[in-house]
Design a protein around this ligand. Structure first.
Ligand SMILES: [Zn+2]
Length: 167
């Protein structure tokens, strides 16, 4: 009984372990972005979306399987901020690279794209609950788990009153 109750109330969660090479201001944005993700991921808006959306590139996983993957463990991560090359900033628009080989995954984020907690949170949502959780995007992309997580983040942030960045 208890096990059932726990699994029904489990919510996806990111645990931020270390922040490397960030300025004080960047570190504050990173922490706030992670708080946004955990707020969104614990909402019924998020859970409903995971069960309602049609995902591609899931490797055969059903919506239930995707949910089970997201709540299977807390996702512990380190965040490393780096300065992208001119080419990365202006041509490839590289936002983040993920090194999942370590025990706690290290998400490398180009500081060019860490200007607001909201945007950082959206990026980390894609990298962690998308790629670290084992989902990819191949040909279809927009309907993949990582990219739809970005849409879900934006939809749920709006519903939860998380402030959009001013541009
Ligand atoms: Zn991606």
């Amino acid at each position: 009984m208890l096990t059932t109750e726990l699994s029904n109330t489990a919510r996806p969660q990111i645990i931020l372990e270390n922040i490397f090479d960030a300025t004080t201001a960047e570190a504050a944005l990173v922490k706030k972005g992670v708080a946004y993700i955990n707020q969104i991921a614990s909402s019924s808006c998020f859970k409903d979306a995971i069960f309602v959306k049609r995902f591609t590139e899931t490797g055969g996983k059903t919506n239930q399987d995707i949910w089970d993957t997201l709540v299977s463990r807390p996702y512990a991560v380190n965040v490393k901020i780096y300065t992208g090359t001119w080419i990365a900033n202006h041509f490839y628009h590289t936002i983040g690279k993920t090194d999942a080989s370590e025990k706690s995954a290290t998400i490398k984020v180009n500081r060019q794209f860490v200007r607001t907690a909201y945007d950082f949170g959206n990026n980390l949502m894609h990298e962690v609950f998308g790629h670290i959780a084992g989902f990819r995007h191949d040909r279809i992309k927009a309907t993949s788990v990582p990219y739809q997580l970005n849409d879900i983040y934006a939809d749920c942030a709006l519903k939860l009153g998380i402030p959009l960045p001013s541009r």
